[in-house]
Design a protein around this ligand. Structure first.
Ligand SMILES: *Cc1c(COP(=O)(O)O)cnc(C)c1O
Length: 395
């Protein structure tokens, strides 16, 4: 038996964090890392933030979990906060991003079902999308590495080119339920959709009674400098999945919807044992206490601009490696001219954590409460690593 006790589905790096403090992680031997990965856009407040830590500690001592069989003052309060702050009228809480997307897909199908149009079941999705790893969500992408060996996929998804309005509109037929899209693709390579594309999808939905479903699992919760990225686009979805940063590291997600879009989600249609339990709600409230205000959001936009311009200034010094910077707020990607995965691994040996993404992009996803000093430290570290880096021979 050679299989590891931890199912070996991840290429785990030699970084083995055991403690975190602010923007830094510490390994088993005390090695220090500058964490510009933030648990893949999760640790919005960095590590050990006192507001989040205290909220979780206090709630753990008070009441961790009951059941959705009972009334939930904690869930009602956080749902009210989310609906007050967003386009949505109602919220279903989940334990992860993929469950939030799954709920969004079910909500879209039920909308057409209760309207007497059960044939309108197919969501148009986009190439290089990432919506999670369940059967439904891998069926919603065209990325071979996620699909291979898992056939048969679920019907009800049609993948077309991302950010191509013509292709999206051409795919609409009598079976279309709506569009499922990441306004800013994350895993696919930090690609913000154009405003014209998103506005065009909204119009097609309005004209044809289709649902616009946003997957803001990665780009939501202040990451782009807006509480949700749809505000940047000036377009509201009908249904939206949120997760990653929403609990600041506590596993939780949320599916938000308008009253109209959620028309089919009546008693008995959906559920979750843990979803929205008091401990999760305390974590979500603590994150929102810190991030859901203009001052914090403008800090994110300001740091995002500083980081972007520092990266843009650095690129010409290493133009054999780097091509360009893209993204929104503190959801940035550095497009490389070489394998970004190998370079991300190399950066780890230099004490800098980032995340590789599709299209040879390095994802730069720091905690949102970073200061200018962290940006300087990151860009200097990146630049000196780039200067020393030997590009591996193409395989
Ligand atoms: C991470 C991610 C998911 C899946 O979230 P999990 O918590 O891993 O299930 C879905 N959609 C997007 C856009 C993501 O970035």
């Amino acid at each position: 038996m050679a299989i590891t006790p931890l199912m070996p589905v991840y290429p785990r790096s030699p970084v083995r964090p055991v403690r975190g403090e602010g923007v830094y992680l510490y390994g088993e031997q005390g090695e220090k890392y500058l964490d510009f990965a933030a648990g893949i856009a999760v640790n919005l407040l960095g590590h050990g933030h006192p507001v989040l830590t205290r909220a979780i500690q206090d709630q753990a001592a008070t009441l961790i979990h009951v059941s959705n069989l009972y009334g939930s003052p904690q869930g009602e309060a956080f749902a009210k906060r989310l609906t007050d702050l967003t386009f949505a009228d109602t919220v279903f809480f989940t334990n992860s991003g993929v469950e939030a997307v799954e709920c969004a897909i079910k909500t879209a199908r039920r909308y057409h079902h209760v309207k007497g149009n059960p044939h309108k079941h197919t969501l148009i999705t986009f190439s290089n999308a990432f919506h999670g790893r369940t059967m439904a969500t891998i069926s919603a992408t065209d990325q071979a590495k996620m699909i291979d060996g898992f056939a048969p996929l679920l019907p009800g998804f049609k993948v077309v080119a991302f950010d191509n309005l013509e292709a999206a509109l051409a795919a609409v037929d009598e079976n279309t339920a709506g569009f499922l899209v990441e306004p800013v693709q994350g895993e696919g390579g930090i690609r913000p959709a154009s405003k014209e594309f998103i506005a065009g999808l909204r119009k097609a939905c309005d004209d044809n009674d289709l649902l616009l479903v946003f997957d803001e699992v990665q780009c939501g919760v202040a990451r782009t400098g807006y509480l949700y990225a749809y505000e940047y686009y000036g377009v509201t979805p009908d249904i939206m999945a949120s997760a990653k940063g929403i609990g600041g590291g506590f596993p939780m997600g949320a599916c938000l919807a308008t009253e109209k879009a959620a028309a089919g989600m009546v008693i008995g249609t959906h559920g979750s044992t843990y979803g929205g339990n008091p401990l999760a709600m305390a974590a979500g409230q603590a994150v929102f206490d810190v991030v859901a205000n203009d001052e914090f959001l403008s800090h994110v936009r300001k740091m995002g601009e500083r980081l972007r311009s520092a990266l843009e200034q650095m690129i010409p010094n290493h133009d054999h490696l780097f091509e360009s910077v893209r993204g929104l707020g503190l959801m940035l990607g550095v497009k490389m001219k070489t394998d970004s995965r190998a370079f991300v691994n190399y950066l780890r040996t230099k004490g800098i954590l980032t995340v590789a993404a599709g299209d040879n992009v390095i994802r730069v996803l720091p905690p949102l409460n970073i200061e200018e000093g962290h940006i300087a430290e990151f860009v200097e570290g990146l630049s000196s690593a780039a200067a020393e880096y030997d590009v591996p021979e193409a395989a």
